[in-house]
Design a protein around this ligand. Structure first.
Ligand SMILES: [Mg+2]
Length: 266
């Protein structure tokens, strides 16, 4: 743990969204003030999300419905990081995408060719697929079982995605199911990997010393901050309980009741 005052050094805040700035469809009371106070202090924030079922346009609409104005440059998503990774390591390969239409469209827009013809597939991309069907599970099983060396990428490792009533299975749970079938685990791109915070710093020009990741989940948000070597801040306004925090091997640099506490250190 570090001193609370170390927040004063931070100029780039990478905010997780659900559980950190809002819960489901309810904006936290401090969020609007926090975001405008960061801007007023001449500092910067980005929304950093592992959710690959929605495009940045979908998120802009979602935030607008909560009264928060945002533009595409305010986001860093696991999809963007996945696109950067694919361009670097698997350029030009034809993708099988186990994800939403929105994910497929975004990857096409990034210049990738997406196919459902299994004979053509050269790389598998798993996302948070809220449109999952048994056919897709069968397709990916077939690819993994018959072609053990095919590149296999997952946008994010989250087991669950929060909903109004509790949770639904996210990408990590589906990948676990496929592990039980084929014995392979994907290369994971989103939080807890360092890739998104590193990409965010590259996009904005801020150094590690000036950057913080702020989120409500230890095994994704906090861990990505620790892995990237930036200030890793846990907020207790989402899914982490005192017990989870005490039991966790990964310790955040700072623990706050909620992100609203940041306002007095800007
Ligand atoms: Mg969260």
């Amino acid at each position: 743990m570090v001193e609370l005052d170390s927040l004063k050094e931070i100029e780039l805040f990478l905010f997780d969204m659900d559980g950190t700035l809002y819960l489901g469809n309810t904006l936290y009371s401090f969020t609007a003030e926090l975001l405008s106070a960061i801007k007023a202090a001449g500092k910067r924030y980005l929304f950093m999300t592992n959710n690959s079922s929605r495009s940045v346009e979908d998120y802009i609409k979602k935030l607008a419905s909560l009264g928060i104005e945002a533009e595409s440059g305010d986001f860093i998503t696991s999809l963007q990081a996945t696109a950067v990774y694919l361009k670097k390591h698997h350029k030009g390969l034809k993708l099988y995408v186990c994800g939403t239409q929105s994910l497929k469209e975004e990857l096409r827009r990034e210049g990738f060719s997406v196919t459902e013809n299994l004979d053509e597939v050269e790389c598998i991309v798993m996302g948070f697929d809220s449109e999952l069907t048994f056919k897709k599970l069968e397709d990916v099983s077939k690819l993994l079982c018959t072609r053990p060396d095919i590149p296999y990428i997952a946008t994010n490792p989250d087991y669950v995605c929060p909903t109004e009533f509790g949770s639904v299975p996210d990408c990590g749970s589906v990948c676990d199911m496929l592990f039980n079938v084929c014995g392979r685990r994907p290369k994971v791109i989103g939080k807890p990997e360092a890739m998104m915070p590193l990409l965010a710093m590259e996009m904005t020009g801020y150094s590690k010393e000036k950057t913080a990741v702020v989120g409500d989940r230890i095994y994704t948000d906090v861990k990505s901050g620790l892995n990237a070597g930036v200030l890793a801040v846990l907020v207790m306004s989402g899914e982490t309980t005192e017990k989870i925090l005490n039991d966790s091997e990964d310790k955040p640099d700072l623990v706050l009741k909620d992100a609203g506490e940041i306002i007095k250190y800007l």
